[in-house]
Design a protein around this ligand. Structure first.
Ligand code: ATP
Length: 572
């Protein structure tokens, strides 16, 4: 980071930040606990919007309200434009606010940000907009903490490229903020969960579904001994929170026109559209909590007020395409990682749209029961999905704040990017009760290296010489088809179906038995064999596998409590 703003560790006040296209959040840590803080408007999810009225700058929720009356001087949905050429941006979401323009090759907004009536509008590059916005966030954080915030860890999507990162760093530096580190959103979410005092650090495969307003990003992350490895990612810009708003906007506009056949379509007028959007988003959020929600707008079109209600089931039916798109995204990324849903221990739902109960319910159907679905509607211990990013960033900031800037860059980079890891598990062969050979894992697959793991296994009950066979292990999915049903059952079911008028789209067919899918280990290549001689009756053997950074392996076996042992090294 040449030329970057650097603060001496002793002089730092640090925070964690999320800076999204839709919302941003601030968190800080007290006594190792991360807290998301509210800005002066009382918001913890602060809209990423700036608005200028008579030379005054508004940000967050206040700026969002100006989308209705002052859209041309209101800048929204700009984060993803940082570090991009004009021809590579997608301005879809800017149709109802200031439009991005190409000025001297950069993405810019032309805004009246001065008080004088006759002042020329200013050309603000997206970097300048980001800097002004970040300055406001830092200002709110400093006011809250009562001291000047100097430094932050900021979360970014996993597909941010070097140019985008550099542009974000530069925008933050220009706002007088030292960026300690940029960490990926899924790692921040995983950290927020793993840092809880009651959390057990265990090896696990985690799927993080980061569901926001303009994008849905899903990542498969291997967590091994507190080290996170991103195994695969997928990104989507179609099935998102804005798409859900649009569904409700169309629904209520149609209902309005049905009740007022001679009125103009509110979607054809900028103010009507902005009002529809604002209220539809509020209705959508209310549907995450209640089974019914109201919708009410004054003077929606032609001066006519409109009020209505919608229930959750109707909303879910209308939004089915979006929900299915999110399901497919999750399934595709697991496949991309070469894994199966049965390999996934935990699914973390993160981001504003992750509050939607139907999305979590759908995930419960995709994954086996053994997978923990961490969302407010499926798990009472779930953390607020909107707070995972900022909390994770704040925890990371407090962990690294004591280091000099140059050491942070070197020592922590690998932890949050893709690091070297082993593909197959390494373990030993043992016998089960039926006398069949089974695989016992010592180092799980996808473990970041270097890694060292030890297990103890019971020796045969009479003791003696124990042969330990080290092997690679991989899993495969064993599918057991259900027993075919007796004939008469089947005909009864056909009759049943014929009698019912219409089957609900959401009813699961409980009659149908599903095939059974389970994860089973397969014994792979033999790596080495070692004999531990003369083990005592009832004794135990300790097995250690150490995988070095160059992927060479050191295997050690010895009798527990005895001296010596057998040790061998395999090259990569
Ligand atoms: P992006 O960068 O993808 O635009 P973001 O990270 O900036 O998103 P988030 O706050 O994570 O923003 O997500 C914003 C989306 O979440 C909006 O579409 C918002 O309407 C939606 N949202 C917020 N709260 C809820 C809720 N309780 N229920 C349903 N949707 C919600």
């Amino acid at each position: 980071m040449s030329g970057a703003k650097v603060v001496a560790p002793a002089d730092r006040t640090v925070i964690g930040l999320t800076f999204g296209n839709s919302n941003s959040s601030i968190a800080y840590t007290v006594d190792d606990k991360a807290e998301v803080i509210a800005n002066e408007d009382g918001d913890r999810q602060i809209p990423t919007i700036l608005s200028y009225v008579d030379g005054d700058e508004y940000y967050g929720q206040q700026a969002k309200a100006f989308l209705i009356r002052n859209p041309n001087n209101t800048v929204a949905y700009f984060r993803d434009f940082l570090g991009k050429d004009f021809e590579h941006i997608d301005p879809t979401h800017n149709h109802a606010s200031a439009h991005p323009k190409e000025v001297d090759g950069t993405v810019s907004f032309i805004i009246k940000d001065k008080a004088e009536e006759d002042a020329e509008p200013s050309t603000l590059s997206v970097s300048e907009v980001a800097t002004r916005y970040l300055r406001r966030l830092v200002g709110s954080a400093s006011d809250y903490l009562g001291k000047k915030v100097t430094s932050a860890v900021i979360t970014i999507p996993t597909n941010f490229n070097d140019k985008q990162k550099a542009a974000l760093l530069a925008a933050a530096n220009a706002a007088d903020l030292e960026v300690l580190q940029l960490i990926s959103e899924p790692v921040a979410a995983a950290l927020a969960y793993d840092a809880r005092p009651e959390a057990q650090v265990e090896d696990k495969i985690v799927v993080v579904a980061e569901l926001g307003g303009t994008r849905s990003d899903v990542a498969v992350v291997a967590s091994r001994g507190g080290m996170y490895t991103v195994l695969a990612t997928a990104h989507d810009y179609e099935f998102n929170g804005v798409a859900l708003d649009k569904i409700l906007m169309d629904h209520f506009a149609k209902e309005f026109l049905k009740r007022n056949p001679s009125a103009k379509d509110p979607r054809e007028n900028a103010r009507g559209l902005a009002k529809l959007k604002f209220e539809s988003e509020a209705t959508k959020r209310a549907l995450s909590i209640g089974a019914n929600a109201s919708f009410s707008v004054e003077s929606l079109s032609d001066g006519i007020d409109f009020a209505s209600t919608i229930n959750r089931l109707r909303y879910e039916t209308l939004s089915r395409t979006v929900f299915e798109g999110i399901n497919r995204l999750v399934e595709s990324v697991i496949k991309k990682a070469g894994l199966d849903v049965l390999d996934v221990d935990e699914v973390i739902l993160s981001g504003g749209t992750a509050h939607t109960p139907r999305i979590a319910a759908n995930f419960s159907n995709i994954f086996p029961q053994s997978t923990r679905i961490l969302a407010p509607s499926t798990n009472p211990y779930a953390i607020n999905p909107s707070e995972l990013g900022p909390r994770g960033a704040a925890l990371q900031a407090s962990l690294i704040q004591e280091y000099e800037a140059e050491d942070i860059d070197q020592s922590t980079h690998a932890a949050v990017t893709t690091v070297a890891h082993i593909t197959n598990a390494i373990g030993i062969v043992s016998l089960n009760a039926a006398g069949e050979e089974i695989f016992v894992p010592v180092v799980p697959a996808e473990t970041a290296v270097p890694a060292r793991r030890t297990i103890q296994v019971a020796a045969p009950k009479d003791g003696g010489d124990v042969l330990v066979k080290f092997v690679e292990g991989n899993t495969h999915i064993k599918v057991t088809q259900p027993e075919p049903k007796p004939k008469e059952d089947k005909s009864a079911k056909v009759e049943d179906a014929a009698n019912s008028d219409e089957e609900s789209d959401f009813s699961d067919d409980e009659e149908e038995e599903e095939e059974k899918r389970e994860k089973v280990w397969k014994i792979g290549n033999t790596l080495a064999e070692a004999a531990v001689r003369g083990v005592k009756k009832g004794g135990k053997v300790e097995v250690t596998v150490q995988v070095n950074a160059d992927l060479s392996v050191i295997l050690t076996t010895r009798e527990v409590g005895a001296k010596g042992g057998v040790r061998g090294q395999l090259s990569a």
